[in-house]
Design a protein around this ligand. Structure first.
Ligand code: SIN
Length: 299
């Protein structure tokens, strides 16, 4: 019998495969396709204090092996989430991780405080959205990271995860999050990238720069995780271009305690259950009972 369960950043998950924020709605959309209780967890779309309409279209732009997005954090706001979405999510049979975005450090604190009193399992601070002013910079500046994480830590009793950008001083930022009381870091969000609409002769997105995800970024995201794991005591959650169980295993061998799958859900909506099954079969095929002997073996 294979046991895929993992302990990550103060939270026990039935398996290490989590739907990444912004790629899985609030889970109910996918529940029409399969039992999302098979997932280790679901990160919600980034929640803000007030509802946000997001950026004007286009918001998605395909590249040969990736996807650019400029969604702009469209979401119904934390109040609607708590009233309408969370009760439905609780019925899905998997962990709920609330991903949050504040315009200011104080907004992060307010969101963390409200969600800490709710029924979510963990809170993930999004310090790395490239599609709103200041998004990337915030997660790449260790002092900013320390300030936001510290404010949230004081009011939040739930496990507190911090989603970092892949660029900037990632190691310094992750260490700042660790010192300020984070329980885990998610590495990483999308890479700042650009597409130009050649018919119009200008950037495809109104906000010009978007975030690149998908297989194109996997080796770079993997390298970030590999390096972070060597320096941090905190668990690292790997994220970036994972579309198969083999990808997930690479991140775990690099030392990740769990992985998040984002763009993979758009390529194949059944991607996550296939990854979970693939990991279990791989372990069983080697007579292994869990991931303990595998995590970090590539170091
Ligand atoms: C967005 O809503 O623009 C994407 C969120 C993110 O990359 O953090």
């Amino acid at each position: 019998m294979v046991d895929l369960s993992v302990e990550v950043g103060g939270l026990r998950l039935k398996n290490p495969v989590i739907a990444a924020a912004g790629t899985f709605g609030f889970g109910t959309e996918y529940a029409r396709l399969y039992d999302v209780g098979l997932l280790g967890g679901i990160c919600t779309k980034g929640l803000t204090l007030k509802p946000r309409p997001g950026n004007p279209p286009p918001r998605l732009w395909e590249t040969p092996c990736g996807l650019l997005n400029s969604i702009g954090l469209e979401n119904p706001g934390v109040e609607a989430f708590l009233q309408e979405e969370l009760p439905r999510m609780r019925g899905l049979g998997t962990a709920v991780i609330a991903n949050i975005w504040g315009e200011t450090p104080e907004e992060y604190r307010e969101l963390a405080e409200r969600l800490s009193r709710s029924d979510v399992d963990a809170i993930e601070l999004n310090l790395s959205c490239p599609n709103v002013p200041g998004g990337k910079i915030r997660g790449g500046v260790p002092e900013e990271v320390a300030r936001i994480v510290g404010l949230c830590r004081r009011v939040c009793e739930k496990p507190l995860w911090v989603k970092l950008p892949p660029e900037g001083d990632v190691l310094e930022a992750a260490q700042a999050a660790e010192r300020a009381g984070a329980d885990a870091v998610t590495a990483s969000n999308t890479f700042r990238a650009l597409a130009i609409d050649i018919e119009k002769g200008r950037p495809a997105f109104a906000g010009r720069i978007g975030g690149l995800s998908g297989p194109a970024i996997k080796p770079i995201a993997l390298r970030v995780v590999y390096e972070l794991v060597q320096k941090l005591k905190l668990p690292v959650i790997g994220c970036g271009g994972i579309t198969s169980w083999q990808d997930a295993l690479e991140f775990i061998m690099a030392g990740a305690h769990a992985v998040q799958v984002g763009t993979g859900n758009f390529i194949d909506p059944l991607c996550i259950p296939k990854i979970v099954r693939g990991l279990a079969d791989w372990l069983a095929g080697r007579g292994m009972e869990d991931l303990e002997g595998v995590r970090g073996c590539a170091h």
